[in-house]
Design a protein around this ligand. Sequence first.
Ligand SMILES: Nc1ncnc2c1ncn2[C@@H]1O[C@H](COP(=O)(O)OP(=O)(O)OP(=O)(O)O)[C@@H](O)[C@H]1O
Length: 342
Amino acid sequence: MVTQADTDHIMKFPILVGDIGGTNARFAILVDAYAEPKEFPVLQTADFSTIDEAIQNAILDHTSIQPRSAVLAIAGPVEGDEIDLTNCAWVVKPRQMMETLGLSDITVINDFEAQALAVVSLEPKHLEKLGGGAGDPHGSRAVLGPGTGLGVAGMVRSRASWVPVPGEGGHVDMGPRTERDLELFPHIEHIDGRISGEQLLCGRGLQNIYRAICKVGGTEPALETPADITAAGLSGESPEAKETLALFVTYLGRLAGDFALTFMARGGVYLAGGIVQKIVEPLKNPAFRKAFEDKAPHQQILRETPVYIITHPLAALSGLSAFARTPARFGVATEGRRWRQG
Ligand SMILES: Nc1ncnc2c1ncn2[C@@H]1O[C@H](COP(=O)(O)OP(=O)(O)OP(=O)(O)O)[C@@H](O)[C@H]1O
């Protein structure tokens, strides 16, 4: 039965869904609740000075469908009528977007809430399992996504609906654990005197680990970009890059285990974002699960907890689409994050 509260959630189709990261932005249009989303090529945020210009030039100018509503996921906290994006120069101004883009209903959520929505929406073919038990289908989940930054969210079940729990978990402290860490950590770039998850587990983190390894080994860092480092690490042509990948995987396992405990994620921990999709083979190395399960006194809980790599290239869009189609299935708070005309 559709209740008053449910109808209030409902958005009018066609609905534009958008996942805006620090580097890439991905969009699709849902024509109705059943049709497959109409997807558009991934665009680079740096190629457009504003989000309005990007949506107009790269989306609306290429279709005759005029969206009436939009659900956008952005990297950063959603506060006020002018929302700054972390790691990107765009500012989302929903009231202005209504005027310029002809939308009448805009909801803005955090990009890792969208990833959390995806973990209960994706089909098994879009997940690659990295050990652990079967997982409780109604159990809480945690999502970690190394990208331009490090996003973290939880997904908890309450009164038959799924509630995404966004936060700033990428900024928790990371401490040294092994002799090798003790050698390298003094050379990892600090932020205000500390090493946070995001100093190690994102594109910049790969560079940070690689440079520390070169420094301690007395070699000149020859590789520049995160993509160069993973390529040279995967091929084995650079021993420093190979170790960088091994440590990245270990640190990700460590932090994933911490969030599994924080959320008691018996439904599993999900690894999202562009970087993990490029390093599937190193993640299958036993070092990942070893670090994930190394959580005395709770090793047994971690041993049973499944970990999945999300392999869907547009996972957040699929989460946003599930929410746009069936908002009542999810406990997404829209107070202060939804703008409507009339
Ligand atoms: N092959 C690769 N190996 C490792 N890192 C890569 C590779 N290709 C791109 N990157 C890095 O991945 C990061 C972008 O991640 P992603 O594709 O998940 O983008 P994003 O959604 O914009 O990120 P975010 O949502 O965190 O802002 C950049 O730091 C980039 O340098």
